[in-house]
Design a protein around this ligand. Structure first.
Ligand code: FES
Length: 680
């Protein structure tokens, strides 16, 4: 028998020769193969599962016999009896090399496993979380060696896991002695790698081998909504997601009105900080309940947010962000204790990481979009717009990336719209209007059926038809333009002008009746002239921001557009283009990325290397300030027309013919488009 058989690992392809009797886990470690272990090879954790392959492998130049590994041992038998090992699996720390062998490491046994993202643009997230579990056996105290339990734990971590100096907070230190004694000198520690601080830190500990899992929260803290994703820190799986309205809305709908509130009400920032922290605690409890996990096992939280939200979360007065030169208190990433920002719903020692901001108006949310969509790796020129109350816009390719944020206001999120609402069951999300009859049909969240389907009423009986969500409002306004119900200036025509009874007078303007339930207890859903104006303001701000970046880049066209944002995946590219939200490109060059900022937060939660990457990248992104740029205003005014006053939109014209209608001005119409925008 060859005394140094060949061991080949798949899928990595790493290989080497090892003495007979070498455990597979040891061989994997020596070759740098990604094989997990929490118990350090003691046969307790089962994380090291592998699958040996037998037979002829001409590609690898080996022939693997059934006796290539040591026989099934008592530890494996016991584990199989209690928990069950999948057919063909072995424990890598128990099976030893006896002959040439090919070993497959299944994805769940890889520490840095790749997790495929579920959203529209499939990409992988590498798992390398900042906090991991380690099982250690600690020497019992000895009167001859007068060191403490913590020092012996430190030694054990160093010997068994090659971990350097670690720190421990007092509340966790208090748990150490009882845990060590209960665990008969064995414990499991949750160890945080340390972000910008060099030292590793014990965040929590349990007696013996801890069977549980650790969790993390990725939070997208927006001006209008706050979304949280609860992730399993072993595999990145999203176990629960929830969203709520940002309670700061009562202090002002957009960012600048919140800053003004602070300027005019001393102490107002403290109030807003308290409100948002309370809301985040509530959200953490909600997702933990949904996933049925102990919120105390949430050890990590990552935030992405715009600069004003960033400051208010941290309890920093945001007034400097309300005036040029828009100075941030700190633009670098932050790594702090959850307790420092009163996150009491999760583990008291949990760590919080906040992505870096790009500039005073271009926040950590834009950095998260960059992390998720990686424009700096693109061969062609890509425009990424993350639609929200404040839109984050990135334009670039491999050579250069520009970023700005644009004050779109909350209309795209259904706020400031008369029948607007969040995307919840019952909200209209897709609309089609017949260009001849001007009759609408629509779909609501929670049902696949269109409203002209005979079964629609029954399918929506439990939710009702309650309002229009963000993607619905974009579609209905674009459809109104395509059906000739509204002219390029955004005016809704009268009944006589449009030929439909659905055009109903409302003061000196008109509204389009999208849905009449025929029941006074249910809401009539209309699109009013004021709704159209709010959408015009929002889309003009978005377009003007994109156009400003194009000017800066010296281009008139982009190669492709990525729509992101909480409802980015639901926006119809055609409708977005009819509205003139985005520059004119071929429709097949418009894609959706879902909630890119939220995805960026999840990537940073699951992978510490990604944190380093984005910290470096933000310094290479050129920020463009929209608030002080006169051309922004010019672009904004031209963009109020639908789709645009001066740009030809030739790609759009090749697929849609927009009616040439012009409705006579009733006084009071048409002024809003010339209103100056506030930031928001
Ligand atoms: S390493 Fe823990 S069971 Fe093998």
């Amino acid at each position: 028998m060859d005394q140094n058989p060949r061991v080949i690992f798949t899928p990595s392809g790493k290989r080497g020769n090892f003495p007979v009797g070498t455990p597979i886990l040891t061989a994997a470690r020596q070759l740098g193969v990604d094989l997990d272990s929490v118990c350090g090879g003691r046969g307790i954790c089962s994380k090291c599962q592998i699958t040996p392959s037998f037979g002829e492998f001409p590609k690898h130049g080996v022939s693997v016999g059934q006796d290539a590994l040591s026989p099934w041992n008592a530890v494996e038998a016991r584990y199989h009896e209690i928990r069950g090992l999948k057919e063909g699996r072995r424990l890598g720390c128990q099976a030893t090399v006896q002959g040439d062998v090919v070993i497959d490491v299944p994805p769940e046994s890889q520490v840095h496993k790749q997790v495929v993202r579920k959203e529209a643009m499939v990409r992988d997230i590498t798992m390398d979380p900042a906090t991991r579990l380690y099982y250690v056996e600690v020497a019992a105290p000895d009167m001859q060696v007068p060191n403490g339990d913590m020092e012996r734990l430190q030694t054990a971590l160093s010997e068994q896991w090659q971990i350097g100096e670690v720190r421990i907070d007092l509340p966790v230190l208090r748990k150490l002695q009882p845990a060590l004694r209960k665990g008969k000198w064995a414990i499991t520690v949750a160890l945080h790698k340390g972000n910008n601080d060099a030292h590793e830190r014990i965040l929590d500990l349990w007696p013996g081998f801890f069977e549980g899992r650790l969790y993390g929260l990725a939070i997208d803290l927006g001006s209008t909504t706050i979304a949280a994703h609860l992730c399993d820190l072993r595999n990145g799986e999203v176990l629960a997601s929830a969203g709520i309205m940002n309670p700061q809305i009562r202090f002002g709908e957009d960012l600048m009105s919140r800053v003004s509130y602070v300027m005019m009400n001393p102490g107002g920032d403290v109030e807003m900080t308290r409100e948002v922290r309370t809301a985040i605690n509530g959200l953490a409890e909600t997702v933990a309940d949904q996933a049925d996990i102990d919120a105390n096992l949430i050890m990590e939280t990552v935030f992405v947010c715009n600069p004003v939200m960033h400051h208010l979360l941290l309890g920093i007065d945001p007034v400097e962000l309300g005036q040029a030169p828009f100075a941030l208190a700190m633009s670098d990433s932050l790594s702090i204790d959850a307790s420092e920002i009163d996150l009491s719903a999760i583990n008291p020692s949990a760590r919080v990481y906040i992505l870096p901001c790009i500039a005073g108006h271009v926040g950590a949310d834009a950095a998260a979009v960059a992390l998720s969509e990686e424009p700096y790796k693109s061969d062609d020129l890509v425009l990424i717009v993350d639609v929200g109350t404040n839109a984050e816009i990135l334009l670039g390719d491999k050579s250069r990336v520009l970023a700005c944020s644009s004050p779109t206001g909350p209309a795209f999120e259904g706020a400031q719209i008369s029948s607007g609402q969040r995307a919840a069951p019952g909200a209209i999300e897709h609309v089609a209007i017949d260009p001849v009859t001007k009759e609408p049909r629509f779909q609501v969240v929670g049902s696949e059926l269109w409203s002209d389907d005979p079964d629609f009423a029954e399918a929506t009986a439990s939710t009702g038809i309650t309002g229009i969500c963000g993607s619905g409002i974009i579609e209905v306004v674009a459809e109104m333009r395509m059906a000739g119900l509204m002219d390029p200036s955004g005016l809704i025509g009268s009944r006589a002008q449009t030929g439909t009874d659905r055009s109903v007078p409302q003061g000196r303007t008109h509204a389009y009746l999208l849905h009449d339930p025929g029941d006074e207890n249910a809401p009539r859903i209309t699109v009013t002239q004021a709704d159209i104006r709010a959408i015009q303001l929002a889309k003009s701000a978005l377009y003007a921001g994109a156009r400003l970046l194009m000017d800066e880049m010296g281009v008139d066209n982009v190669d492709r557009v990525v729509l992101a944002g909480a409802f980015g995946a639901h926006i119809s590219p055609k409708h977005a283009m009819v509205l003139g939200m985005i520059p004119d490109v071929p429709l097949d060059k418009v894609s959706s990325a879902g909630n890119a900022a939220g995805t960026g937060a999840r990537i940073a939660l699951c992978d510490v290397t990604a944190r380093r990457k984005i910290e470096k990248t933000v310094h290479e992104i050129t920020k463009v300030e929209t608030a002080i740029e006169p051309r922004f205003q010019e672009h904004f005014i031209s963009a109020t027309a639908i789709p645009h006053a001066t740009e030809p939109f030739t790609n759009l014209a090749s697929i849609v013919t927009l009616p040439k209608v012009s409705f006579n001005v009733a006084s009071g119409n048409g002024a809003a488009g010339k209103r100056r925008r506030r930031r928001g």
